[in-house]
Design a protein. Structure first.
Length: 277
């Protein structure tokens, strides 16, 4: 339907205009139909210039270039990184819940129930239940955890490269893209393999492998973003990437340990992690 005014912002339109000069909406709109609905749905995901698959492929082969171009102003060329983050985080959470389903009830093991000292038993039961609550929360809210990780990782990179031309907000945007894509390693690899190795010592090793892949991806992405050519510069990026993932992992585990133990004994969480016996 052709109108004398833009149907989105009501700005006046000339008969020769194809787009509104004020908001950019098409001047010639039409009534929504099922055909139009499905066309727009698939167009949003597969558009050659700015579809989500175009962005996925670009982040797979040249992530640093993608972030640099987007920051420098090529916004229409790529799928919106904020929408991209929300979509991939939704898939991330879904994958985690499929391969690591949250139990409806937290069952305390018989060994804990048989502890003779009532005080110790009560404390241990409470800790076990809080541990179950943490597992349930992380499984259902991986998107929230990633949203907290992004500003922390971006801060470490910004502080490490303050002399570069990028400000903190630009590091945030780049990390939103990088973290979204890096979490695909967990969505497609770590979670399924954890399901297959549940109850074995390999499950923890697979998580470490996932973190190593993230470090490698951050290193590659920032090398391209900074257009770093020297070996020393690339080595520094690797070091900052490793530091970022380590600090975030340590921060997350520390918060979990403090919640479970709720005392100064929370360091025992790390002792038992590396020496389960």
């Amino acid at each position: 339907m052709q109108s004398d005014n833009c149907l989105n912002c009501n700005a006046p339109l000339d008969a020769s205009q194809q787009f509104c000069g004020t908001c950019g909406q098409k001047a010639n709109t039409h009534r929504l139909t099922l055909s139009h609905f499905f066309h727009e749905f698939f167009h949003a995901f597969t558009h050659a210039d700015k579809g989500i698959f175009h962005l996925l492929f670009a982040l797979m082969i040249r992530p640093g270039t993608v972030a640099r171009e987007y920051i420098e102003g090529k916004r229409k060329k790529y799928f919106n990184p904020f929408t991209f983050f929300l979509i991939l985080m939704g898939i991330y959470v879904l994958s985690n819940r499929i391969f690591n389903p949250v139990p409806k009830e937290i069952h305390v093991p018989v060994g804990i129930m048989n502890i003779p000292d009532e005080t110790v038993k009560s404390k241990t039961i409470a800790m076990f239940i809080r541990g179950g609550e943490v597992r349930n929360f992380t499984s259902a809210n991986g998107n929230i955890i990633s949203m907290i990780a992004i500003p922390m990782i971006a801060l470490i990179f910004w502080l490490s490269y303050k002399k570069r031309k990028y400000n903190y907000a630009e590091h945030l945007t780049a990390n939103m893209m990088f973290t979204s894509f890096a979490n695909i390693f967990f969505t497609l690899l770590v979670f399924p393999l954890q399901k297959l190795t549940a109850g074995s010592p390999y499950s923890f090793l697979i998580t470490i492998i996932g973190l190593v892949l993230q470090v490698g991806y951050y290193t590659w992405a920032y090398t391209g973003m900074f257009q770093e050519k020297s070996f020393g510069g690339r080595l520094k990026i690797f070091g900052v990437s490793l530091l970022s993932v380590f600090v975030w992992t340590l921060f997350t585990l520390t918060m979990i340990a403090i919640y479970i133990y709720q005392s100064w004994d929370f360091y025992q969480f790390f002792v038992r992690m590396f020496n389960p016996r």
